[in-house]
Design a protein around this ligand. Structure first.
Ligand SMILES: [Fe+2]
Length: 380
């Protein structure tokens, strides 16, 4: 990562946010998975992530193995246990594959830990140093919703491929990237009546400010409902919408998630692209499955959102959704769950001015999710 970060956290775009926890960006997202080697294959060849770093038996790590992949600024770590029992196995047993760590890139991991724990964050790990021949890094961590952890990563002048203890991971067979640039936002699902508790956590403990909220009138179909509030840090690089289920005629998709994940966790990660048509065409052709909306969605699309730069035909063919707000428009599409359990999925998003989250698409989108829930027999 670049070490030229002096100017990055000065530009404050969310004035209500506080400054005690400057975050430079997302450092990495780490999933605990049942088979990291095969998951790494999926993310490399279906999604176009590139091999970066590895830790495992060959590097002296006895209890677990990790593959680090990167595309644009998006860094994904896939970790599997190498032994029975232990924390990773317990996590996989309970949740299936899922996000364990949302690691935040900071200048000072000790101060980040101190500022958040003194405001009430529960400690996961006190600041500790990691060192190898490529330099030094400092890591600390706090708990957030469910069993999800925020790590604070201070990498200073570290010059190795990832973090101390990892070595370069390279493969002969590489798949081209798919144009994914950075994490736009990352959504957490929490249990009934827990949204405000976690909104308060991000506000009080992390200094984030609330951007928008949606209630069950915005986000409901005939059958299911949910509520959502979006929290952002000061420079807008970290946006965490928090969802909770709301009462509907049938089971909410958030409830389905909570049932299968056995608790709160990361629901979706939105990845930004500059060309959604090219990105989604690539992903689809390599086997990534997307939710589809009925073709009627496109009949009056331009009446709803006005003029857009893109041709309608490819958007319709791929199932890309469009929404407009005061500042511009956005294009977005959602994958089906990428794990065995109907838990985590991805969103691909291209912003053309709009800073919102696609409220105008919620209804069409949730109806698409309900069709999938119905196939799984979990809509009742
Ligand atoms: Fe999203």
């Amino acid at each position: 990562m670049s070490t030229d970060n002096t100017s990055l956290h000065l530009e404050k775009v969310v004035p209500e946010a506080e400054d005690f926890l400057p975050i430079l960006g997302t450092d990495f997202v780490e999933l605990y998975v049942g088979n990291a080697k095969q998951a790494a294959y999926y993310y490399q060849h279906a999604w176009g992530f590139q091999p970066v770093a590895y830790a495992g038996l060959e590097t002296g790590k006895k209890d677990s193995v990790s593959y680090v992949l990167q595309q644009g600024k998006i860094r994904v770590v896939l970790t599997s246990p190498l032994e029975k029992d232990g924390e990773i196995n317990a996590h996989i047993n309970k949740h299936g594959d899922g996000v364990k760590f949302v690691a935040l890139w900071v200048d000072d991991a000790r101060k980040s830990y101190e500022e958040t724990t003194k405001r009430g964050a529960k400690s996961y790990v006190e600041p500790y140093e990691l060192e190898d021949e490529n330099g030094k890094a400092v890591i600390s961590g706090i708990h957030t919703y469910g069993e999800t952890i925020h790590l604070f990563v201070e990498r200073g002048e570290y010059e190795g491929p990832f973090l101390p203890g990892y070595r370069v991971y390279d493969t002969k067979a590489k798949s081209p990237d798919t144009g994914l640039k950075f994490i736009d936002h990352m959504v957490g699902n929490v249990g009934w009546n827990e949204m405000n508790k976690w909104v308060e956590f991000y506000g009080k403990v992390m200094g984030f400010a609330q951007l928008v909220s949606f209630d069950d009138k915005d986000i409901s179909t005939d059958y299911t409902a949910l509520m959502s509030k979006v929290m952002s840090n000061g420079n807008g690089r970290i946006k965490f919408p928090i969802n909770e289920p709301a009462e509907g005629k049938k089971k909410s998709q958030i409830e389905e998630y909570i049932d299968f994940y056995n608790g709160a966790g990361v629901q979706h990660i939105a990845l930004a692209t500059d060309n959604i048509i090219e990105t989604v065409t690539q992903l689809r052709d390599r086997g990534v499955e997307f939710l589809y909306v009925p073709e009627t969605y496109y009949d009056d699309l331009l009446d709803r959102v006005g003029e857009i730069d893109e041709d309608l035909e490819p958007l319709k063919e791929l199932g890309v959704l469009v929404d407009r707000d005061d500042e511009g428009y956005l294009l977005q599409i959602f994958t089906k769950p990428v794990l065995d359990r109907p838990t985590m999925f991805f969103e691909i998003i291209q912003r053309k001015g709009a800073q919102s989250f696609g409220k105008g698409n919620f209804k069409a989108l949730f109806e698409a999710i309900e069709r999938e829930q119905d196939l799984r027999g979990t809509l009742n």
